[in-house]
Design a protein around this ligand. Structure first.
Ligand code: PRP
Length: 206
């Protein structure tokens, strides 16, 4: 597994605003989607392409197109929905597979409550989106279920990630790449990322 920190100036600037205590719900939504577009751009740079000959204005021309079935985006409810529009701006034809999980506040372990995956998901690249990778429990459980459904190529996009979560996911799923705008310092005793964003779900849904 590789962890890519997308530290482009635009990403860093937008993430800085996202961390501010007075950020409004509408700003948080807009910034989450803007950063997600930039993460998507980076995370898709190794997608395979193939040549195709099309009819151009001056006759046949050979162009590149992405190979294989359309990717599926996997927003983890709720907070992952806050990045969905940004991803779909970049990959409008992506299929959407929805995974509902929340963290039990005492054990910090994920509780699954909804799963609806795209058809033929075993033939698609799966792009998981979630603003936060904290303990990593939610991501490990999501990758487990995607692999059980036959997914072979999985990547995850996060606004912020904690080192503890990255370590857990690396051990469980060394083949999955992570793209994040920041690897933050650590988790606090309640499993919140420091400096982090606070509760992204509440900030997106109000
Ligand atoms: C947050 C976040 C991730 C999860 C990360 O969701 O959006 O899904 O916690 O934590 P973990 O890495 O420790 O598993 P939350 O449980 O707050 O649910 P919500 O999106 O419905 O608000």
């Amino acid at each position: 597994m590789a962890v890519y920190v997308v530290d482009h100036p635009l990403v860093k600037h937008k993430l800085g605003r996202l961390r501010e205590v007075d950020v409004t719900v509408s700003e948080f939504r807009a910034l989450s989607n803007e950063i997600c577009r930039l993460l998507t751009y980076e995370a898709t740079k190794s997608l395979a392409t193939e040549k195709k000959t099309i009819q151009g204005w001056a006759g046949p021309v050979t162009v590149d197109q992405i190979k294989g079935k359309k990717a599926t985006v996997v927003p983890i409810l709720r907070a992952g929905l806050g990045m969905l529009d940004g991803l779909l701006d970049m990959i409008p034809g992506a299929k959407v597979s929805v995974v509902g999980m929340f963290r039990n506040e005492e054990t910090l372990e994920p509780v699954e409550y909804y799963v609806k995956l795209a058809k033929n998901i075993d033939e698609r690249t799966a792009i998981i989106i979630d603003p936060m990778l904290a303990t990593g429990g939610t991501l490990v459980a999501t990758i487990d279920l995607l692999k059980k459904a036959g997914c072979k190529h999985i990547v995850g996009l996060f606004l912020v990630a904690a080192p503890e979560g990255i370590e857990r996911v690396t051990k469980a799923h060394p083949d999955v790449d992570i793209y994040t705008a920041s690897v933050d310092e650590r988790l606090n005793e309640h499993g919140y990322i420091l400096p982090g964003l606070g509760d992204a779900g509440d900030k997106i849904f109000g």
